[in-house]
Design a protein around this ligand. Structure first.
Ligand SMILES: NC(=O)c1ccc[n+]([C@@H]2O[C@H](COP(=O)([O-])OP(=O)(O)OC[C@H]3O[C@@H](n4cnc5c(N)ncnc54)[C@H](OP(=O)(O)O)[C@@H]3O)[C@@H](O)[C@H]2O)c1
Length: 392
C-alpha cells in the first residue's frame, strides 16, 4: 500500500486522481486531502476516503468545516487550516506520494516542501515549476525523491524518454521536444472575433474538462507557454529545442524527435486519468478507467503551426523563458491577475496578453536564486498588475 497526500483534492485534477484511487483501492490509502473553499465537496471526500488529515486553507471556512465533520462518519479526521498546514501535510513521514494539484502559485510552497522531503511528487501544478524552476528541480535532487509530471504533454514526453530516465536530466540523442496543443476553443476565430469572446466561451474547451483558470489559459495559449517553460526545466532543454505544434484532436499528447530520425509519440484519449494512473503506478502500470483509443473514431490527425499574432501569450512565454531569472515568475503572476480579472468580467479576452506584456516591460528582472526573490517578484508583479488593471 502506498499512502497519498492529495493537495487540491476538490479541483478537476483532484477529482480525476480520486477516480483512479477508487479503482485501485488495494494499492493506495489517502492520508491527507486539501481544499481552499469547497468544503461541501471536501466533506464528501472525507466520508469516502477517511484521511487522517484534512486542510481547509480558508480559516473561517475551516471552522465551519470542523463543526460539520465532527458530526459525520469522518469525525476522526484532524482538520487543519492555513498555508503552513499545506506544507505540514506535504512532508508527513507516513506519506509516500504527494499529488500537487493546487492551481496557481498558491501551490508553490507545498510543492517545494514535498520535493525537499524526498516524496514521489506527481506534479500537476505547473505554475510552481514556472515560478521557481531551478529551485524546485534542485529541491527534488537534494530531497532524493522522484518528480513525475502529470501534465499530459510532459507525462507523454516522460513516457517517450529512454529507459531509466529521470526528470531534470538532458537525455542523450534527443533533437527536439514537440509539445502538442489543441489550440483551445478559439483556434478557428479571426483576430477581430477574439475581441468579443465571453468567459463562458473561453471556459468551454473542445477536448478537455478542466478548472476555469487553466481553461482560460488554454484559450489564450498561455497554457502552452507555461508548458514550454515547464518542459524546459523538467527535461533540461533550452527554448529553441522545444517546438509547439497545434494538433486539434488532442490524441497525440506530445512527441520526442531523436537525432536518428525516430519520432516517439504517446497517444490516448484526452483524459487526465491516464497520466495520473501512469505516474501513480510508474514504473508499472494499472487501470485508469480510461476507455481504449479507437482509431476508427479518430482517423484524422492533423497539425498546424501556432500563430504568435493570434496568441501573443505564447510568444510572451518563450520570451520570458529566454530572459530567465524572475521573468517566468513575473509572467505567471501577471497572467494569474489578468485571468482572474477576465473571469470576473473586468477586462476583455484580448486584454489578457496586453496587460501581461505591459507588466513584463515595466518590471525589473532579477536573479531567481532564492525562494524569497521569487516570492518577492510574485508579490510585486501582482501589485503592478492590479495597478495597471485600472487603465483597461
Ligand atoms: N484540469 C486539468 O485537466 C489539468 C491538466 C494539466 C495540468 N493541470 C494543472 O493542475 C493544477 C490544478 O488544475 P485544476 O484544473 O484541477 O484546477 P481547479 O479545478 O481550479 O482546482 C484547483 C484546486 O486548488 C485549490 N485551490 C485554489 N486556490 C487555492 C489556494 N489559494 N490555496 C490552496 N488551494 C487552493 C482548489 O480548492 P477549492 O476547490 O476548495 O477552491 C482546488 O482544490 C493547475 O496548476 C493546472 O494548470 C490541470
Amino acid at each position: 500500500m502506498k499512502s497519498i497526500c492529495l493537495l487540491g483534492s476538490t479541483g478537476s485534477i483532484g477529482l480525476s486522481t480520486l477516480d483512479v484511487l477508487r479503482l485501485n483501492q488495494d494499492r493506495y490509502s489517502v492520508v491527507a486531502l486539501t481544499a481552499n473553499k469547497n468544503i461541501e465537496r471536501l466533506l464528501e471526500q472525507c466520508i469516502e476516503f477517511k484521511p487522517a488529515y484534512v486542510v481547509v486553507v480558508d480559516q473561517d471556512l475551516a471552522e465551519v468545516f470542523n463543526k460539520k465533520i465532527e458530526q459525520s462518519e469522518a469525525a476522526d479526521t484532524t482538520v487543519l487550516s492555513g498555508i503552513e498546514a499545506l506544507e505540514f501535510v506535504a512532508q508527513l513521514p507516513e506519506v509516500d506520494i504527494v499529488v500537487a494539484a493546487i492551481v496557481g502559485a498558491a501551490g508553490l510552497l507545498s510543492t517545494l516542501t514535498a520535493a525537499k522531503a524526498g516524496k514521489r511528487l506527481l506534479l500537476a501544478n505547473k505554475e510552481s515549476l514556472v515560478v521557481s524552476g531551478d529551485l524546485l528541480m534542485s529541491a527534488v535532487k537534494e530531497g532524493g525523491g522522484t518528480l513525475l509530471p502529470l501534465d499530459s504533454e510532459h507525462n507523454a514526453l516522460f513516457q517517450c524518454m529512454p529507459d531509466g530516465y529521470q526528470t531534470g536530466q538532458r537525455a542523450k540523442g534527443v533533437r527536439k521536444l514537440i509539445l502538442t496543443a489543441s489550440g483551445g476553443p478559439f483556434l478557428d476565430l479571426g483576430l477581430a472575433e477574439l475581441e468579443s469572446v465571453t468567459v463562458e466561451q473561453a471556459c468551454a474547451h473542445p477536448n478537455w474538462s478542466m478548472g476555469r483558470k487553466i481553461s482560460v489559459d488554454s484559450a489564450t495559449m498561455m497554457n502552452k507557454g507555461l508548458e514550454v517553460i515547464e518542459a524546459s526545466y523538467l527535461f533540461d532543454m533550452p527554448a529553441d529545442l522545444i517546438d509547439v505544434l497545434v494538433h486539434p484532436q488532442s490524441i497525440i499528447h506530445s512527441m520526442i524527435d531523436y537525432v536518428d530520425g525516430s519520432v516517439l509519440a504517446q497517444l490516448g484519449n484526452p483524459d487526465m486519468r491516464t497520466p495520473i494512473a501512469h505516474a501513480l503506478a510508474w514504473p508499472q502500470r494499472h487501470e485508469s478507467g480510461v476507455s481504449p483509443l479507437d482509431f476508427m473514431l479518430n482517423k484524422q490527425l492533423s497539425f498546424e503551426q501556432p500563430s504568435f499574432d493570434k496568441f501573443p501569450c505564447l510568444r510572451l512565454a518563450f520570451e520570458a523563458l529566454n530572459m530567465k531569472g524572475t521573468a517566468p515568475a513575473v509572467l505567471n503572476a501577471a497572467n494569474e491577475v489578468a485571468v482572474e480579472a477576465f473571469l470576473n468580467k473586468k477586462i476583455r479576452f484580448i486584454d489578457i496578453s496586453k496587460l501581461i506584456e505591459k507588466v513584463i516591460n515595466n518590471s525589473t528582472i532579477k536573479s531567481a536564486d532564492s525562494i524569497d526573490s521569487v516570492l518577492q517578484a510574485d508579490k510585486e508583479t501582482r501589485m503592478l498588475s492590479n495597478q495597471y488593471l485600472e487603465s483597461f
